[in-house]
Design a protein around this ligand. Structure first.
Ligand SMILES: NC(=O)c1ccc[n+]([C@@H]2O[C@H](COP(=O)([O-])OP(=O)(O)OC[C@H]3O[C@@H](n4cnc5c(N)ncnc54)[C@H](OP(=O)(O)O)[C@@H]3O)[C@@H](O)[C@H]2O)c1
Length: 272
């Protein structure tokens, strides 16, 4: 049987890069895509990994990467929509440009890649589209209003889409990571602080202090890569895969608790 082929977006670091390694080790044909692949050398040791340019905000680059993949391997079996980043901070200080860029990457970019993947998978017998959502697509924390809005959008979009695509044997999967140690909290982070007031300072400080403690116990991106591999190979119709402690436990609590109790729990844990 021919090796299966997977295309992954946003593989320059974190979850995307760990996912390339995971599938490459398992012998898959891996199309690792990046905005700026020119300086990437980490995948050189894997002859089954091909590196193509793809920026999810640029439709042309998405079509070209998919065409090249089909040209090289005949078919794409799995697409992983991983590219994304987080804006956090006080909402009132976020410009239209900041909000639109966040949606253009996390939501519209993911939709563009999904649409191009469907156009390829429908006539070729199906496939799996795996969206890297977040526990933040089902539950919320302070100061991440716009990021949560994008991940809630990804959840609703994907859940509705699965109804119309199952007739074509295209499965939709949602990976919901908890806090994972990656560049998400470093170079990729866009933190927005108001410049015209200091009234948010105390709240932001308390939140940051508690968030730092959470990250001390956070897991690395490999656990997410393994969960993505499971979702790609378990032959099930399961849609959601929670991973990365304490994410799965928080998702269960959110289902069990009333709004009032859940909000109280979050406020207490951040000392707010
Ligand atoms: N880390 C967490 O705690 C966590 C938790 C839940 C969900 N997630 C989600 O996991 C995904 C991966 O994040 P990560 O934690 O691995 O962070 P990361 O290490 O910062 O990786 C983000 C990746 O997305 C790429 N990217 C950003 N904008 C892009 C664009 N327009 N086109 C193509 N690629 C783009 C980045 O590429 P550049 O190098 O070009 O910037 C980078 O490769 C994101 O969707 C994030 O929302 C993360």
């Amino acid at each position: 049987m021919m090796n299966k082929t997977i295309l992954i977006t946003g593989t320059s670091s974190g979850i995307g890069k760990a996912t390339v390694y995971e599938f490459a080790k398992m012998g898959w044909n891996v199309i690792a895509t990046q905005r700026n692949p020119a300086t990437e050398t980490d995948f050189n040791q894997y002859p089954n990994v091909k590196l193509y340019p793809l920026d999810v905000t640029n439709l042309e680059s998405i079509s070209q990467a998919m065409s090249r993949a089909i040209n090289d391997f005949g078919k794409i079996d799995i697409v992983v929509n991983n590219a994304g980043y987080g804006v956090d901070g006080a909402f009132e200080a976020m410009s239209d440009e900041i909000i639109e860029k966040q949606f253009n990457t996390n939501v519209f970019g993911l939709m563009r890649v999904t649409r191009e993947a469907i156009k390829h998978m429908r006539p070729t017998g199906g496939g799996i589209i795996i969206q890297i959502s977040s526990m933040g697509g089902k539950i919320t924390f302070p100061l991440y209003s716009i990021y949560h809005a994008t991940k809630f959008a990804v959840e609703g979009f994907t859940e509705s889409l699965h109804y119309e695509l199952s007739q074509f044997n295209i499965k939709m999967k949602l990976i919901e990571p908890g806090p994972i140690v990656t560049d998400f909290y470093g170079r990729s982070r866009q933190f927005i602080k108001p410049t015209d007031t200091n009234q948010y300072d105390g709240f932001i400080q308390k939140f940051n202090n508690a968030a730092e403690k959470v990250m001390k116990d956070a897991e690395g991106p490999e656990v997410v890569a393994k969960m993505i591999y499971k979702s790609a190979t378990d032959n099930s119709n399961q849609m959601r895969y929670a991973v990365g402690k304490p994410g799965p436990m928080l998702l269960v609590l959110r289902k069990l608790l009333s709004d009032k109790l859940y909000f109280l729990m979050v406020r207490k844990s951040y000392n707010l």
